[in-house]
Design a protein around this ligand. Sequence first.
Ligand code: ADP
Ligand code: ADP
Length: 226
Amino acid sequence: MAGIDITGLAVEYPNGVRAVDGLDLRVADGELFALLGPSGCGKTTLLRAIAGLEPVAAGAVAIGSRELTGVPPGARGVAMVFQDYALFPHMTVAENIAYPLRVRRAPKARQRAEAERVAAGLSLSGLLDRRPGQLSGGQQQRTALARAIAVEADVLLLDEPLSNLDARLRLEARTFLKRWQRELALTTVFVTHDQAEALALADRIAVMEAGRVRQLGTPREVFQRP
Ligand code: ADP
Ligand code: ADP
């Protein structure tokens, strides 16, 4: 069980900005959950706090039944895709995707096979031996997504994962993400500013405003579709 339980969470930057301000949220195990809201409302900060990358001023985050205060990012069972991808420039696409397996000392052949499998679903098969510097922005984004999937974490956190893709690739990546997420029942939280994306992908949506959840429900409830 790897639902996410957030209670009274506050994150404050050194300049005094309360980017997350007393936020409560529960994401169910295996749910595909979207965070929507205007720029600056705290979406990225919330993801980073779940990942353990921002110190928490108040409240708590739990995954499953495990409270995460003081647990370092690498031990949280969380994989995150950043807006700037954070790929290793000296590694090939295949090596980047397989990196989490390499850290776990998986056999070389398994690393390659897993990289090929994940890459195929994201139309990256022809690019496995390139380096990030030889990829377009969209290709880098898909590589970052592939690497996060290869982590086999309990929880996947995605910061605007499909924002750099053209319309065709975005559709493909949506389909892949949804299928993969269903197969693995991977609890997934993704940030987007795109209502259509949230509508197409999410089981539920939280709309944030000024560091809190303003609205919460299924896409139908949030967008009041008939
Ligand atoms: P969103 O992802 O919804 O655009 P962010 O989480 O990036 O929102 O930012 C929330 C608020 O925190 C904004 O007011 C932003 O300016 C501020 N903020 C974000 N990162 C930092 C930082 N490193 N230092 C100071 N303030 C920050
Ligand atoms: P987002 O899409 O999350 O809104 P931004 O463009 O606001 O991204 O922020 C990009 C980077 O700048 C992030 O690393 C964020 O932490 C940092 N940042 C954002 N706002 C501030 C701020 N007011 N002061 C310092 N750093 C900030």
